[in-house]
Design a protein around this ligand. Structure first.
Ligand code: PMP
Ligand code: GLU
Length: 432
């Protein structure tokens, strides 16, 4: 007799909601349609064009029409392994590289395939926690604070491992640096200490280094250098190559996590099959890089470095606590020090604050609560990318590489971002 067994997982997706960053983008589009010109600091994507030589490669490979291996094009997996060796000093076997349609999808499949605990320090990128919710999984949050530079210290990690009755419980700890939403990063010393604790408690690190090449001084250090046997390194084309819409992300696995890599590969084979062939071929060119890419990144970093420094200064003068920006393209000001003043104006939560900025000043930002921060904290994320990157890049190319940008550069080419920051400051200074 055949016994048919139906196994159903009761996942309740009601209340999950759309990704906060994508939702704010839609809202800006909607307002624009209704004639309101919004300054959009909500969505986090590079304002710059994809480097020319990578675009040329994509055109050349437009005829590639075959399905590619689930794990990714072998040439691309090799290029990614070489890239991490040259950029990060991390030795990776190309067989341990996985290519996915964005690192976001790979992260989701990782959470789906792993049976242990997921630990996420907050503030954290908007999708780690909702992805866990999609799977019906609990996440352990480690709340950091401004004084910690919004980062998890080695001590906090050790405390977490020791406080559980099951110290060696299988765990993945997610780290993101340069950070989204905080725009800061870890020092090599901090990473070494975290690596030592992770090794001691056999914790797996998911190191989200998608902004590595947008370290504003080009000095990114990967924790995988200090903990190669336990770090899954996440990267992709979305940020440094300004190709978020191309949807290409990469994971590199340590040798001893082949069971996890294989589980994710199986899930990939049953879902997205493989990443678009022309994109993977163009990805080979991008990851191989070269002088043109290095020059491009140099300009990108210089613009982000100078723009973020200026915006941070303006916010600080309006009462925000904010750390000097170090990478990515985000600022995460904390206006909690002026909470009393905001409360008197009827603004009780970070969400209220962002809503008021949008309706009164037409500036879109994303509240701290979307990055798993407490609702009553007056933090929000500003993506300082609402300027014409192509024009700014072309202008920067006229300024010698070793010089700072001329005085009026930011006003001329990044005026909309400065305007948005000024409107935020004006809002905070109201009733002062
Ligand atoms: N991690 C972080 C911190 C991000 O900001 C993003 C942005 N989309 C992602 C992962 C996912 O990027 P993608 O799927 O485009 O590789
Ligand atoms: N990563 C971008 C952000 O944080 C947007 C894209 C996304 O969330 O997938 O704004």
């Amino acid at each position: 007799m055949n016994i048919h067994k139906h196994v159903s997982l009761n996942l309740n997706l009601r209340g999950l909601g759309e990704s906060a960053t994508l939702a704010i983008n839609d809202r800006c589009r909607e307002m624009k349609k209704n004639g309101v010109e919004v300054l959009n600091l909500g969505i986090g994507e590079s304002p710059f064009p994809v480097p020319n030589f990578v675009v040329k490669a994509l055109k050349m490979y437009a005829t590639e029409n075959r399905y590619l291996p689930v794990k990714g094009l072998p040439e691309l997996r090799k290029a990614v392994a070489d890239y991490h060796w040259h950029k990060d000093g991390v030795k990776v076997d190309p067989n341990n590289v996985l290519i996915g349609p964005g690192s976001k999808m790979l992260m989701y499949l990782l959470q789906l395939s792993f049976y242990g605990e997921i630990v996420v320090p907050t503030p954290c990128w908007v999708s780690y926690v909702p992805q866990a919710q999609l799977i019906g999984r609990q996440v352990q949050l480690i709340n950091t604070n401004f004084e910690d530079k919004w980062h998890m210290s080695a001590e906090r990690l050790a405390e977490l491992c020791e406080s559980e009755h099951d110290t060696y419980r299988p765990r993945i700890v997610v780290m993101c640096y340069p950070g989204n939403p905080d725009g800061g990063t870890y020092t090599a010393e901090e990473l070494k200490e975290i690596a030592a604790v992770a090794r001691k408690y056999e914790v797996i690190l998911l190191s989200d280094e998608i902004y590595a090449q947008i370290h504003h001084r080009g000095e990114h250090v990967s924790v995988a250098k200090y903990y190669p046997e336990g770090t899954i390194l996440s990267s992709g084309l979305s940020k440094w190559c300004a190709a978020g819409g191309w949807r290409l992300g990469t994971f590199t696995f340590p040798e001893n996590l082949d069971w996890l890599r294989e589980a994710i590969t199986d899930a990939a084979s049953q879902t997205y099959t493989s990443v678009s062939s022309p994109i993977q071929w163009a990805g080979v060119t991008a990851f191989k890089g070269g002088l043109e890419l290095e020059r491009y990144l140099w300009h990108v970093r210089r613009i982000f470095r100078e723009l973020s420094g200026r915006c941070a200064e303006m916010l600080r003068e309006s009462g925000a606590r904010i750390h000097p920006p170090e990478g990515a393209f985000y600022l995460f000001p904390d206006f909690t020090p002026i909470a009393d003043k905001l409360n008197k104006r009827g603004i009780m939560t970070g969400k209220d604050l962002c809503e008021a900025l949008l309706t009164e000043k037409h500036v879109a930002t994303v509240p701290g609560v979307s990055f798993s921060r407490p609702a009553n904290e007056f933090t929000f994320r500003m993506s300082y990318v609402n300027f014409d990157g192509a024009t700014a890049l072309a202008a920067s190319e006229g300024v010698p590489l070793h010089e700072n940008l001329p005085d009026n550069f930011l006003d001329t080419y990044c005026g909309k971002t400065l305007d948005a920051t000024k409107r935020i400051c004006d809002f905070m200074n109201q009733g002062a």
